[in-house]
Design a protein around this ligand. Structure first.
Ligand code: DOR
Length: 460
């Protein structure tokens, strides 16, 4: 089982906010520009002095979470954070605007008075969702996006979509008209496709054709796990840039009349940056590292060595050419030449196409450890420390804030948060479990020591 499980902590609650010193407290409230400062701490007061290890700190704009599961009932109260896109895969799922409005109220009721938290609600797309529902969703002012789960792809996805083009196309067209983003769990569920290939096949069969058919649709590929996904995102970006360049050149008149496939972005979880599939089997079966999409090969995630930025830049350049040539072989060759750390390289490169989405998915410990355990990793309390670790190891701490706090709101056309948080270079131990009223939840990196400690910016 997991490494050293020694301490237990009460699960961080919203009421702990905004002055809480819990590592989870970084996630709350909203609001504009920023400053990343990396500096020697001035030891402003006694508390700071007590933090002997504190020698560096980062002040960044308060992050958001663009992919979060807060559940309902007791777990909802236990895990609620900040401004976040709230996933709709409850039991039963949030398939209508009316239910989304209700669920939002439940979330707001779970907040202590005075807490400013903005839940951005989503609709769960089914084969039977109607274009009228999308209009209602837009009119409600509450529903922010629509989530596509291929039926059977993950937790509570049995009511998801069975045939995107056959059953949902009119709805997707309406989403374009309503400027409603589509959030995608990008895995096919075809039993003949190997679990580890499901993301790649989804891109080939669904996502690439969808971008071609509806290039105006804003799409976020959630929790990407493979180099294939990075290539896809870069290809869309490359094609958009190239078309823009061609159209602004003397050959074409008004490039605004053309539609660019530049509306595709991705969220990335801490686990898909830091862990590979070995983490599922190290020293025995590790249910708390099981999530969907499942962890992938080392070549897709982070390695011990820092990602090679030169390789990434080359890959990006070739991708742009590739998109023009539409030649699959070329990209496959490139994957052979530049293997490894695809996701970490992309995320830490400074590209605006990637942003923070933890997919933090709490399940009670007993539901994770039973004979058929649930998929989902509870990362909310540790996520920011882990993202900081990835950027630090890549020598790219100066790009952390864009990933956590700018790229998401910029892509969605929302204001950036005003408030700041502090990340101190100060070792802290992740509790073995977080308790809530009916049980306990094991967090990612349980029992281990992390180096970046987030908290609200309360002084100076
Ligand atoms: O997409 C998802 C859903 C999530 C959950 O538990 O809701 N758990 C996962 O591992 N992946």
């Amino acid at each position: 089982m997991q490494a050293a499980a020694t301490t237990t902590t009460t699960i961080p609650t919203v009421s702990a906010h905004p002055r809480a010193k819990s590592p989870s407290a970084f996630f709350l409230r909203s609001s504009v520009p920023c400053r990343v400062s990396f500096r020697a701490a001035p030891l402003p007061n006694l508390r700071a002095t007590a933090m002997a290890a504190m020698s560096q700190q980062l002040i960044i704009t308060r992050p958001d979470d663009w992919h979060l599961h807060v559940r309902d009932g007791e777990v909802l109260e236990a895990v609620l954070p900040h401004r976040a896109i709230i996933m709709p895969n409850l039991k039963p799922p949030v398939t209508t605007t009316a239910r989304a409005v209700e669920y939002r109220e439940e979330i707001m009721k779970a907040l202590p008075p005075g807490t400013s938290f903005l839940p951005l609600m989503t609709l769960y797309l089914t084969d039977n969702t109607s274009p009228e529902e999308i209009k209602l969703a837009r009119e409600s002012g509450v529903v922010f996006a629509v989530k596509l789960y291929p039926a059977g792809a993950t937790t509570n996805s049995q009511d998801g979509v069975t045939d995107v083009f056959g059953k949902c196309f009119p709805v997707l067209e309406e989403m374009v008209r309503q400027e409603m983003p589509l959030l995608v769990h990008g895995e096919v569920t075809d039993p003949h496709v190997d679990t580890f290939d499901r993301e790649k096949v989804f891109i080939d069969r669904i996502l690439a054709p969808l971008v071609q058919k509806l290039p105006q649709l804003k799409i976020v590929m959630e929790h990407i796990t493979t180099m294939d996904a990075v290539n896809f995102i870069e290809s869309c970006e490359g094609a958009a840039l190239l078309l823009q360049w061609l159209c602004t050149s003397a050959l074409f008149y008004d490039y605004n009349t053309f539609i660019f496939p530049g509306h595709v972005a991705a969220t990335v979880t801490p686990q898909h940056l830091l862990l590979n599939r070995n983490a599922l089997f190290q020293g025995g079966l590790q249910p708390h590292n099981y999530c969907l999409p499942v962890l992938k090969r080392e070549t897709h995630s982070m390695s011990q060595s820092p990602p090679n930025k030169k390789c990434y830049q080359l890959l990006q350049m070739h991708n742009h050419i590739y998109f023009v040539l539409m030649n699959n072989t070329l990209i496959n060759c490139l994957s052979t030449f530049y293997p490894g750390q695809a996701i970490a390289s992309a995320v830490t490169s400074g590209s605006k196409r990637y942003f923070l989405g933890t997919d933090s998915a709490p399940h009670d410990k007993k539901n994770k450890e039973r004979s058929c355990g649930c998929a989902g990793i509870y990362s909310a309390p540790v996520a920011l420390s882990l993202y900081a670790k990835v950027f630090e190891e890549a020598g790219a701490l100066d790009k952390l804030e864009a990933f956590t706090s700018f790229n998401g709101p910029d892509f969605y056309g929302l204001p950036r948060n005003n408030s700041k948080i502090v990340l101190r270079k100060s070792a802290w131990k992740v509790p073995a479990t977080y308790r809530y009223s009916s049980g306990e939840i094991v967090p990612m990196s349980t029992g281990s020591t992390l180096e970046w400690l987030p908290s609200d910016q309360t002084e100076e």
